[in-house]
Design a protein around this ligand. Structure first.
Ligand code: SAM
Length: 211
């Protein structure tokens, strides 16, 4: 039986041309900006075989879109949120991808075995103290978007993990301030150094060349 509450709590979104179930207020609803991560991953993988992990998968949007676009990719996805893991698994089944997309609950790369050719992530990166400056994010689950301190600890830890889990020739793709950050294995130490600067100066440190 579908209750009124159930109806209200489940939504639909189109991401990268794919219809996905959402859980507003419980799991982050995927944004068009994250499609740039899919495009960058697919440009790297093409039709080839690749092992990919989507860290902080939420609804599973990025993992599913990569698997649909890259027919020979083996895709893993992780999230600390049980609600996200359940929603992502439901979306994986909805798209008939259970044989190629595996969703596991846990911290960053801990639930999966490397090496990976592509590590992709849109993790929380906004400082919790800035929440009142972002009314547009009020409807999203707080912990999916905001983190303590300068907000960047999850990315710092992920970069540390990527140094051990990224395959030779692999790439780390992050979304930060709505923009794409891409680093090959050899560039990870420089990226870690850039993220070591205080959050308020980060955009300048990372995107100075592009500006
Ligand atoms: C900004 S949301 C993005 C969700 C999805 N990647 C997207 O683009 O729609 C961040 C997600 O990361 C998850 N998350 C936060 N910290 C995590 C961690 N340490 N390890 C794994 N997932 C984490 C949150 O539960 C949330 O689902």
């Amino acid at each position: 039986m579908t209750t009124a509450r159930h109806k209200r709590d489940v939504g639909d979104v189109t991401f990268n041309g794919l219809k996905l179930l959402t859980s507003p207020g419980v799991v982050m609803t995927p944004r068009p900006a994250s499609e740039q991560l899919v495009a960058a991953a697919c440009a790297r993988i093409g039709d080839g075989e690749a092992r990919v992990v989507d860290v902080g998968t939420g609804s599973g949007a990025i993992a599913i879109a990569i698997a649909r676009a890259c027919p020979h990719a083996e895709v893993w996805a992780t999230d600390t949120s049980l609600s996200a893991v359940r929603l992502a698994r439901g979306n994986v089944r909805r798209h008939g991808l259970a044989a190629r997309v595996v969703v596991r609950r846990g911290d960053l790369l801990a639930p999966v075995l490397g090496p990976f050719d592509v590590i992709v992530a849109n993790l929380p990166y906004m400082p919790a103290s800035s929440a009142s400056d972002h009314p547009e994010l009020k409807a999203e689950p707080f912990a999916a978007v905001f983190a303590r301190g300068d907000g960047l600890d999850a990315y710092r830890r992920l970069i540390d993990g990527a140094m051990m889990r990224l395959a030779d020739g692999g790439v780390l793709l992050l979304q930060l301030d709505g923009r794409l950050v891409s680093a090959d294995r050899s560039e990870l130490p420089a990226l870690a150094a850039a993220l070591a600067v205080p959050g308020s100066q980060l955009a300048g440190a990372l995107f100075a060349e592009a500006a």
